[in-house]
Ligand binder design. Structure first.
Ligand SMILES: [Zn+2]
Length: 287
């Protein structure tokens, strides 16, 4: 007969998947995280890393939205994709199928559609994480988010060959995702999207920028860290305007890390009273 572990046995702690996380965050914060639901837009390299981190953390539910199937070229940086998935399996389904292998308490709800046509239910979450590779999706999801009352906090991840950038936003209290975009840039984003849809040659000749696994690991780690602080303290912040000591998100700020120079930078993201997004301008009037 095996001995039943008691709280004073080392075995007791070693059998608890969340023991070390609980020691790090505290029992109350871990429980808040476990009760949370997040929307992850994009199930590519960034989405894989964020889902892995949030799953291991014990986040209750991840609503995952991405219309694409797995491509062989994704395999150099996506932990949930396999060579046999190429052109067969939707990215969201691959993550939903394999994440529970390492995070048994996290439910993944997959939606293999673009965010702009996703049902309203996907927005019934605590916060939004953005890991998309195009500005058009950012533009549309920002408008949708600002039409919700209150808009959800947004953690936006982006990267280049050897740098990552994360923005932590809670519009209208902070800038929105497109506050820094000029009218010309918005026009360019929309024109590019039209060409992408109508011109296969344009799509085929679009540059594929270089990317490697550890760059997405860094951006996924920073996004998950900011999400963790938000999920732990969001309820208190909505009630009192205060975050917990030591768990204050970088709200209204960008965080950048240059892997080449090993240099990190952070700074405020200025809200724009003349933002191209009408919902942003309107909501800021009522602050
Ligand atoms: Zn704005």
């Amino acid at each position: 007969m095996t001995k039943k572990p008691t709280p004073i046995d080392l075995e007791y702690f070693e059998k608890d998947q969340h023991d070390r996380t609980r020691r790090w965050l505290g029992a109350t914060n871990l429980e808040a995280v476990r009760q949370s639901t997040v929307l992850m837009v994009g199930a590519g390299a960034v989405g894989n890393e964020v889902c892995k981190n949030l799953g291991l953390l014990g986040v209750g539910k991840i609503v995952l939205v991405d219309p694409d199937k797995v491509a062989a070229s994704n395999l150099n940086r996506c932990v949930f994709f396999r060579p046999g998935d190429h052109d067969i399996k939707f990215k969201v389904d691959a993550v939903a199928e394999r994440l529970p292998e390492l995070a048994t308490d996290t439910v993944v709800e997959p939606h293999a559609i673009p965010i702009q046509v996703a049902p309203d239910e996907v927005w019934d979450v605590d916060l939004v994480l953005v890991g998309v590779d195009n500005h058009y999706a950012r533009y549309l999801l920002n408008a949708k988010n600002l039409s919700i009352e209150p808009p959800l906090p947004v953690i936006n991840g982006a990267m280049g060959k050897d740098f990552v950038s994360v923005e932590v936003l809670a519009p209208p209290k902070t800038a929105c995702l497109v506050c820094s975009w000029s009218k010309d840039f918005v026009d360019h984003v929309i024109t590019n999207e039209v060409r992408t849809r109508c011109d296969p040659f344009f799509v085929d000749t679009m540059p594929r920028f270089p990317m490697i696994s550890f760059v997405t690991s860094v951006v996924g780690a920073v996004m998950a860290w900011e999400a963790t602080k938000m999920l732990a303290g969001l309820q208190q912040w909505r009630l009192t305007g205060q975050w917990q000591e030591g768990l204050k998100p970088a709200l209204g700020r960008f965080i950048q890390y240059d892997l080449h120079k090993h240099k990190s930078m952070t700074g405020p993201i200025m809200a724009n009273p003349r933002c191209t997004e009408i919902f942003c301008r309107d909501k800021r009037k009522h602050l």
